[in-house]
Each structure stands twice: as structure tokens, then as C-alpha cells.
Design a protein around this ligand. Structure first.
Ligand code: ADP
Ligand code: ZN
Length: 781
């Protein structure tokens, strides 16, 4: 037992297995915010098993608590000071290869967090606890030259077992052999102790064990095997001229390999997926592997089918997997048994060993940004991974992020590929703006759907088409207030107003999930005339059902789609025409391909437009373009109606013309003028505490450190750097924490990092205060 009072040099005496000082040393990082590696000695018994990329247990921190860490370096040069020894090696094989170690090291540097934190986030829990695997005992006859002399005598049962094992010609599972002999394991144990049979233990996938069992019963292929997939080969599509031109640029580079980033800008329905599929087929043909990132929301069976129908063994990593399934996939990918990994954000870390290409569909999607430490953006990590692995990467979108668009217009940036038209010359849908300021109103009533859109829906249905209605706000009433005193129903833990959910009969905070009973009497002034205003999808559904009777209306948002599989059931029913009107949040905006949808209605285009976020216009444009892209995908064509109070706002008027290029020009102009990304780098530091005064005081302390650091780097002639803050965050109280933030902008990423590093390394938040670092932030609230 080591104690903290013991001088470090005496520690060797405490460990029975380290009487002799260690001669091998490892550097270990822990799941902690600091970026520092600790050196430990390796007891002789662990020399063979320890290795880079494996986890170890070692005494760490106050009281030498046994703590799990990752080995990042092995060396035989003793450190200057005596060190403690590791206690245990946890993994049989390295969890990460050199290439993923480099990538995670880069992430720790770039996102200003601990390497150990990154490693902990990257390796799935199911891999860490070896979920889904099991130790299996195998037996085999002792090799002739090593048999005991003289040969011991055996019982008849032992002889029977030994003969059976010899006949097998390869190692057998101990229990399988015992079962075959119709009894327990005693005869086999006897053989082992007599030295006639040897046993060894192997860690195996549970599914592998099952498959073996299956195989014995009935030889055949299990589902998911390449032979099973081959039966479903879709008929190949003949590419059009635009696709062919794109493909002719890509193919030679896929053939040569090497880092080469592409931005594929293709309007909705232009056939981007066909290009992805060919790129994947090409690298699989070369014996390599592909990683495909798609937004979580697009991981539908329809998407998966498109990939698995054509490209070998496909593993899909979605959020509904159990830890053990995730662990199994990880190990299968690492073993080279999977050619294509399709998944959301975290699939960028899939441990492929022969990566050939990375593809990111809908690269502009904000869900690629992780909003917890490490706060990485999967697209940016993917570009770095492609660089380290020296392979091409294809980013695709109908509405590229302005960061990627800007990169595609720089001399040393991405190669731009374009698919400017829909396939088979299908037109983009006609978009009509409905100005809500001029729609006829019904006195005393607030309707979500004006007469123009209502008529549009009726006409579309009459002609046999289907309708999608988009509203990016769930719940029934989004604004509950008292007209006499102005009291607004607010979350107890956040500066956010509560939304009334009628089905649940509760007021709910959409950020932290806080719920409270709805009130009929104002909690502040006791008046009984509480107003339930503001429109969510729940109320919209009620209004549609009243206005358009005898049609089947289905709502799709996170409230109605919480059960696994419900999403797919609704989409299947919609495809079969059993649902006439599908209404929902952004869940229905992305990637869906329903040829019979002839009208898409946007109930309120202004919802996200006025947020205090420099990306508000970009997001609104993207969302309108995505939603519009759901219309007119079949031969019947289709149209879009957008209700808005601000029809002249450029992001709305340009979206109606599907004019991304003009929008990007305008918006980039604003960004340049206000020093926002992509022209300047941005980092954000949030200081938070449950006590407002503590947060405020520490923010002031940090402000001093920031000013000093900024003064040191801003020299005449150096690139500019600007510090904003400390200021209260736009949502000051969130989840029970009071929050202050700093923003730093600089045209030079190195400088920005230098300042952040200097401030963070010296920052010692008092008890009860913590900070969050966000490099390239997406959430500005
Ligand atoms: P995007 O991803 O660009 O929105 P998709 O890849 O979903 O577009 O393509 C839309 C539809 O067009 C799909 O059903 C696809 O199978 C089909 N398609 C793609 N390329 C062609 C082509 N060259 N000819 C005919 N149909 C095509
Ligand atoms: Zn809340």
C-alpha cells in the first residue's frame, strides 16, 4: 500500500512486484482537462503486455487512487525523478493505432483540452469494458515432442475425449467438447493435469461465438455477410453529364490516393449520392475502406439501404446501438472485416486500418459539432484525419457551410465540384412567398395557416399529391404569459421560457427538460387570465385537422418519435400514401425522398432568424433550401409555399430562388465586415457557477489574465486579435448555472491558441466554478 506521506523514492519498497527498480517506463494521460502526461515505471511482469494505445491502471492524484489512463509512450530511459509503477495493464491489444493517436493528439492541441479527455471520448464505452466479448477456453492435444515421459495412463472417458479432440484436428472449445462427450468437464481437466491436453484462453466476440454455434448446426451464411448483401445489388445508374464530369475529376485522384479535399456542391436531388457510391466502390475495389458521415437524422433505413446495396460489408454506427453493439462494430472495423462505416459524428473515429476515402454528406450540418468536451467538429476532424492518413475527402452539400465554401475559393483550398441541376432535368420547385403581414385575418383568432397556404394544401391533395408542413418548434404553446402583470412562464433553471405541451399536460423547458404543471392563475399576480400563445407543432396539428377534415395528418417531432422504429413506421406509411399530410420539425427537413410530395409548406420562416447568433441567416437559408428540396422530386413536379413576416430578408428571398451563390456572396460580405468566421477564427470561453457572484468574480480574474496575454501577442505588425468580454451569455442562466463568456477573434489561429493556452494554463478556478472552452463555437447562446 502506498501512502502519500512516503517519499517518492521509497515507493518501490511498497510494491511486492517491484522490488527491483523498473527499467521500462510509460507516459500515461488521464481523462482530465489538463494536457500533461505522467511517467510511471513498468513492473517486469507487465513488460510484455504494456504498449502504446492500451489502457493501464495506476496510482494517481490525491491518495494515489487507482485510476485508468492511456499509455501514449513507452521508453527505457529512466526519468530524472523516481516514479511510481503502473498497477495493471487493462487491454490485450492497443485500442488505437498510431494514426488515431496522432489525430487525437492534434484534437487536444486544437480544441484546448486534455489528450486523455479526447481518448476517453473517442473509444466507445463498449470497447473499454469489453462489452459483447467473453473469455473462451480452448483445448488441444499436447504436441508429440512435449508429451510427458513416461505416458500416464488414462481412464476410458479420458481416452474417448482425447480421441475426439485429435480427430477434430484443431483446437476445440472446452465446453463444446464436454457437451459432445455427453458429460461434464472432469475428464478433460484430468487430461490437462496429466499433461496430455493443453488449454488456452481467447477473448472472443459474443456474436462470433453465436455464429460458430450457428455454423455447427447448419452451414450457411449469417445475415450481414458479403454474400448475403451481394444478392441485393441495385441496378447501376447511368450518370448524367454533370455527374460524369465530377466523376472524371475524382477518379484519378481516388486511384492515386493522397490527401485531396473536395467540396461537392450539388442542389437537392442532383444525384450526389451516386457520386459517393462510386467513390466508395472504387476504394473498396482497391481493397481499402471508406468512412461516410451523415447527420444522425439521416441515418434512416433508406439511406443505409443505398449504401449496403452496393458496397460490401457496411457497418452503421447510430445512436441507438447498445454499448456492446458499438464495441462489436469497433472491433470488427479494427479487424478489417468492414469495408464501409456509415455513421454520425463519432464515426469519424472508426478504427479503419486501410482508409481509402472519407465522405461527409450535408457537411454544413451543425450536428457534426459536439457540444460537450472535446467540443470538436467532425468535419474539421475528418479533414485532419484525411490529411494524416493521406487520403481524399469529399464534403457534399446543397448549401455548403460558409467555412467550406470560402475554403473552396482559396488558392490552396478545397477543389470545388458542382452538380448545378437536378437529375433527369427535373426542375427545382417553384417557391412562393406568402407575406403574413398581408394575409387576411380572422378577428379574434390566431391561425398558423393563412388562407393562401390553406388553399394550396387543399389543391395539392385534390390533385392526388401529398403535403409536408414544416415548423421548427415543438409543443403546443411556446409562450405562456399573464397579460395583466407580464409574467412569463420560465424555467426554474434556465433563462428560457417554458413551452406548454398539451398531450403531456405540462410546461416543459426544451433545454434542460424541467417540467411543471400548467397554471390557470398567474403565480405572480394571481390573475386568472393566463394566455397560451405562440405556435408549436402540437397546436399546428390541431389546426390542420380542423381545417382539412377527413385527411390523415401525422406529426413528426421528438415528442411523437421517441420509440425506436416509430420514425421509420411513419415514413413507410407516408410513402405508401396512408398519410396525406406530414408535419414536423427539422426531422422532416433533411434528405427525405418522396416523389409524390407536390407541396411543401413552411409555416414560419422567421423562427430562427432573429437569434443573437452570427450564423442565424446562414442557418435559415440552409433550412429553407433543405425543406424546399423535399418538393417536386417525382414526375408530378411540385411547389413550395413559405409564410413569413420578412419576405425581403435576403436569406429568405434568395432561398426562394435557390440562389446559394448570391446568398454566400452577401453573407460573406457581412462576415468579413464584422470579423466573423470564416475570415477570422473564433474561440469562446464560458465561466459558470451555480453562484452568480462566484462566476462574476472569476470572470473578472480571467479578464486580467486575458488582457495580459493579449498585450503580449499584439505587437505592431502582428496579425490582429480582439477580445470581447467578459459579458453575460445571451442565455445567462442555463441548467442552474450563471454564465459569463469571453470571445476572442483573430485572423491567425496560432495566435488565438497561444492566448487561450496562456490564460487556461494559469487559470485556477475556485471551488464551485468551472470553465468551458469552445474553439470554433457553433452555439453562441
Ligand atoms: P442528392 O443527394 O443530390 O439530393 P440523390 O443522390 O438523392 O440527390 O438523387 C436523387 C434521386 O435521383 C435518387 O433517387 C437517385 O437514385 C436518382 N439519380 C441519381 N443519379 C441519377 C441519374 N444519373 N439518372 C437518373 N436518376 C438518378
Ligand atoms: Zn431549463
Amino acid at each position: 500500500m502506498a501512502t502519500t506521506t512516503m517519499p517518492a523514492a521509497n515507493l518501490f519498497l511498497d510494491h511486492p512486484d517491484s522490488i527491483a527498480p523498473a527499467t521500462l517506463f510509460v507516459d500515461v494521460v488521464f481523462d482530465r482537462p489538463f494536457d500533461h502526461a505522467y511517467t510511471y515505471g513498468v513492473p517486469d511482469a507487465m513488460r510484455e503486455t504494456v504498449g502504446v494505445g492500451k489502457r493501464v491502471e495506476c496510482p494517481f492524484g490525491r491518495g494515489d487512487k487507482t485510476t485508468e489512463g492511456y499509455v501514449i509512450r513507452v521508453a527505457d530511459v529512466p526519468p530524472e525523478r523516481a516514479v511510481k509503477n503502473i498497477a495493471r495493464v487493462l487491454d490485450d491489444t492497443a485500442l488505437l493505432d498510431e494514426h488515431l493517436l496522432k489525430l487525437t493528439r492534434w484534437m487536444a492541441d486544437y480544441y484546448l483540452c486534455g489528450w486523455g479527455q479526447v481518448l476517453h471520448a473517442v473509444v466507445p464505452a463498449g470497447v473499454r469494458d469489453k462489452a459483447g466479448t467473453k473469455n473462451v477456453v480452448f483445448v488441444q492435444p499436447t504436441p508429440r515432442e512435449e508429451l510427458p515421459n513416461p505416458l500416464p495412463t488414462v481412464t476410458p472417458k479420458q481416452k474417448q475425449a482425447l480421441d475426439r479432440l485429435k480427430k477434430e484436428g484443431q483446437p476445440m472449445e472446452l465446453h463444446a467438447l464436454a457437451r459432445m462427450m455427453g458429460g461434464g468437464t472432469a475428464p478433460i481437466s484430468g487430461l490437462i493435469s496429466k499433461g496430455l491436453v493443453r488449454k488456452f484462453v481467447e477473448r472472443m466476440e459474443r456474436s462470433e461465438i453465436d455464429r460458430r454455434a450457428e455454423f455447427r448446426k447448419e452451414p450457411g451464411e449469417s445475415p450481414g455477410h458479403p454474400a448475403a448483401d451481394a444478392g441485393r445489388l441495385a441496378t447501376p445508374i447511368v450518370m448524367n453529364a454533370d455527374q460524369t464530369a465530377v466523376w472524371e475529376t475524382l477518379l484519378p485522384i481516388l486511384g492515386e490516393g493522397g490527401f485531396h479535399p473536395f467540396l461537392l456542391h450539388g442542389v437537392t436531388g442532383s444525384g450526389k449520392t451516386e457520386v459517393y457510391l462510386r467513390a466508395i466502390e472504387e476504394v473498396v475495389r482497391q481493397g481499402k475502406e471508406a468512412i461516410v458521415l451523415v447527420p444522425e437524422i439521416s441515418l434512416t433505413p433508406q439511406t443505409i439501404e443505398r449504401f449496403s446495396g452496393r458496397c460490401g460489408v457496411v457497418a452503421v454506427l447510430h445512436s441507438h446501438l447498445t454499448d456492446s453493439e458499438r464495441g462489436q462494430y469497433w472491433r470488427r472495423v479494427a479487424a478489417g472485416q468492414v469495408q464501409v462505416v456509415v455513421g454520425a459524428r463519432s464515426a469519424v473515429f472508426a478504427p479503419t486500418r486501410k482508409l481509402g476515402v472519407i465522405i461527409i454528406d450535408e457537411e454544413h450540418e451543425t450536428s457534426f459539432k459536439q457540444e460537450a468536451t472535446p467540443r470538436y467538429h467532425a468535419r474539421d476532424v475528418a479533414v485532419m484525419r484525411a490529411r494524416l492518413a493521406n487520403v481524399p475527402i469529399i464534403l457534399g452539400s446543397a448549401t455548403p457551410s460558409l467555412e467550406s465554401w470560402h475554403n473552396a475559393h482559396r488558392a490552396d483550398g478545397y477543389t470545388l465540384l458542382s452538380l448545378p441541376n437536378r437529375v433527369e432535368n427535373r426542375p427545382l420547385p417553384k417557391v412562393q412567398l406568402v407575406d403574413l403581414r398581408h394575409e387576411p385575418k380572422t378577428p379574434g383568432k390566431h391561425f398558423a395557416i393563412g388562407p393562401t397556404l390553406e388553399l394550396g394544401i387543399k389543391n395539392a391533395l385534390k390533385a392526388g399529391g401529398q403535403v409536408m408542413l414544416f415548423l421548427n418548434r415543438r409543443g403546443f404553446s411556446t409562450h405562456v404569459h399573464c397579460p395583466s402583470c407580464g409574467h412569463v412562464a420560465q424555467c426554474a433553471h434556465c433563462d428560457l421560457s417554458l413551452t406548454f405541451h398539451r398531450h403531456k399536460a405540462a410546461l416543459v423547458c426544451h433545454y434542460c427538460g424541467f417540467e411543471t404543471a400548467p397554471f390557470t392563475k398567474c403565480p405572480s399576480c394571481s390573475q386568472v387570465s393566463i394566455r397560451y400563445q405562440g405556435l408549436g407543432t402540437e397546436k399546428l396539428q390541431e389546426e390542420i385537422e380542423a381545417k382539412i377534415p377527413n385527411k390523415f395528418v401525422q406529426r413528426m417531432d421528438s415528442d411523437t418519435m421517441s420509440k425506436p422504429g416509430s420514425h421509420q413506421r411513419v415514413l413507410d406509411a407516408f410513402r405508401e400514401g396512408l398519410i396525406h399530410i406530414l408535419l414536423g420539425t427539422q426531422m422532416i427537413a433533411k434528405g427525405l425522398d418522396f416523389p409524390n410530395v407536390t407541396l411543401v409548406g413552411v409555416v414560419n420562416a422567421d423562427v430562427g432568424l432573429h437569434l443573437p447568433d452570427f450564423r442565424a441567416a446562414e442557418r435559415t437559408f440552409q433550412l429553407l433550401a433543405q425543406v424546399s428540396g423535399r418538393a417536386g422530386r417525382g414526375e408530378k413536379g411540385g411547389q413550395v409555399m413559405i409564410q413569413t413576416f420578412t419576405p425581403d430578408h435576403p436569406c429568405i428571398s434568395l432561398a426562394t430562388r435557390h440562389d446559394f451563390i448570391s446568398f454566400s456572396k452577401q453573407e460573406l460580405g457581412h462576415r468579413r465586415e464584422h470579423n466573423y468566421p470564416p475570415y477570422q477564427r473564433l474561440a469562446r470561453l464560458i465561466v459558470r457557477s451555480e453562484k452568480e457572484s462566484l462566476a462574476a468574480a472569476f470572470a473578472e480574474t480571467l479578464a486580467g489574465a486575458f488582457k495580459a496575454a493579449v498585450a503580449r501577442v499584439t505587437k505592431p505588425g502582428a496579425p490582429s486579435l480582439r477580445l470581447l468580454g467578459p459579458a453575460e451569455c445571451p442565455v445567462f442562466k442555463l441548467n442552474g448555472y450563471y454564465r459569463f463568456h469571453f470571445q476572442i477573434q483573430s485572423e491567425n489561429a496560432g495566435m488565438l491558441h497561444a492566448v487561450m493556452r496562456e490564460v487556461l494554463s494559469a487559470a485556477k478556478p475556485p471551488h464551485g466554478v468551472e470553465f468551458q472552452v469552445d474553439v470554433d463555437p457553433y452555439s453562441m447562446l
